[in-house]
Design a binder for this molecule. Structure first.
Ligand SMILES: [Zn+2]
Length: 280
């Protein structure tokens, strides 16, 4: 990419010095760790007993993501809220709205919120962004607004209020429903992979993949271990394979793994990890 900048006379290498936070701030993904809990390995890996390993505690962190690119701020998911997290005994480390402010992001400047899937911990703060465009896969929207979503094993992962907010946004023409692969302004690419939920999306930006819940823990890829909550198991394995292929050229950001905060530099007093976008 630096070659193309030279060719067009737009060589900004001087701005890419590590000391220049301003440059990084304009081209980065922030993984915002807004919540956490401790659970068991047998609760996070599907049919854990088949692996013949002792059970053990494991931390599950909760993230949403901020993409800062070319002066635009795009959100990927928006976290659970106090009520929906509290009902499930999750620990709110910092309410997402306040987390944005702490990271220097004015919620009002968020023009687009990508919703990777409909679970309560990903779409629980839509009220903070009343004017933003929302983007979600059509399959995901149809599923959560359809009859199968009432089955207890699905219904436990969503909030009626959140789904109602999606319906309202859709009726107002504020929800863009996408199929397959879609490219948003700025070259942010959405890829529908399914598996965890019927229309789970992953997000590609620069050389970064925001895997969201197509990959809760890196161990899922490393040891080919599906996550406990799955709508379509072959699709989940297929998403793992796609992510492995993408890992040759991209850095993967897992959806719930505490290791995200160790793999990437931490900013905002431990509130977020920053992943500078290469190739920009
Ligand atoms: Zn989920």
């Amino acid at each position: 990419m630096s070659g193309s900048r030279e060719a067009t006379g737009l060589d900004h290498d001087g701005e890419r010095a590590p000391s220049d936070g301003a440059w990084k701030a304009q081209h980065e993904v922030l993984a915002v760790r807004y919540g956490t809990r401790t659970t068991r390995r047998s609760e996070v890996f599907l049919h854990y007993d088949t692996y013949g390993e002792p059970d053990a505690g494991v931390v599950m962190d909760y993230y949403f993501w901020v993409v800062r690119l070319d002066g635009r701020t795009t959100l990927v998911d928006c976290g659970f809220n106090d009520a929906s997290g509290g009902r499930r005994h999750r620990t709110m480390l910092c309410p997402p709205e306040r987390a944005l402010v702490r990271l220097g992001v004015d919620p009002g400047e968020v023009t687009t919120v990508v919703l990777t899937h409909g679970h309560y911990d990903h779409i629980g703060n839509l009220r903070v962004f009343p004017d933003a465009r929302l983007v979600m896969s059509r399959r995901e929207y149809d599923f959560w607004t359809g009859p199968m979503a009432r089955k207890p094993l699905f219904a436990g992962s969503v909030e009626d209020e959140d789904v109602a907010a999606l319906r309202v946004a859709h009726a107002a023409g504020r929800l863009d429903l996408v199929d397959g692969r879609t490219t948003l302004a700025g070259g942010i690419e959405l890829v529908e992979v399914g598996g965890h939920t019927p229309g789970q999306l992953i997000v590609l930006v620069g050389d970064v993949v925001i895997a969201s819940d197509a990959l809760h823990y890196y161990e899922e890829l490393d040891r080919d271990r599906p996550f406990a909550h799955v709508a379509d198991l072959p699709a989940m394995y297929g998403a793992f394979q796609l992510l492995r292929e993408l890992a040759d050229t991209h850095r993967l950001v897992a959806g719930h793994d505490p290791d995200v905060m160790r793999r990437f530099p931490v900013v905002g007093d431990g509130l977020a990890a920053t992943i500078a976008l290469g190739g920009r």
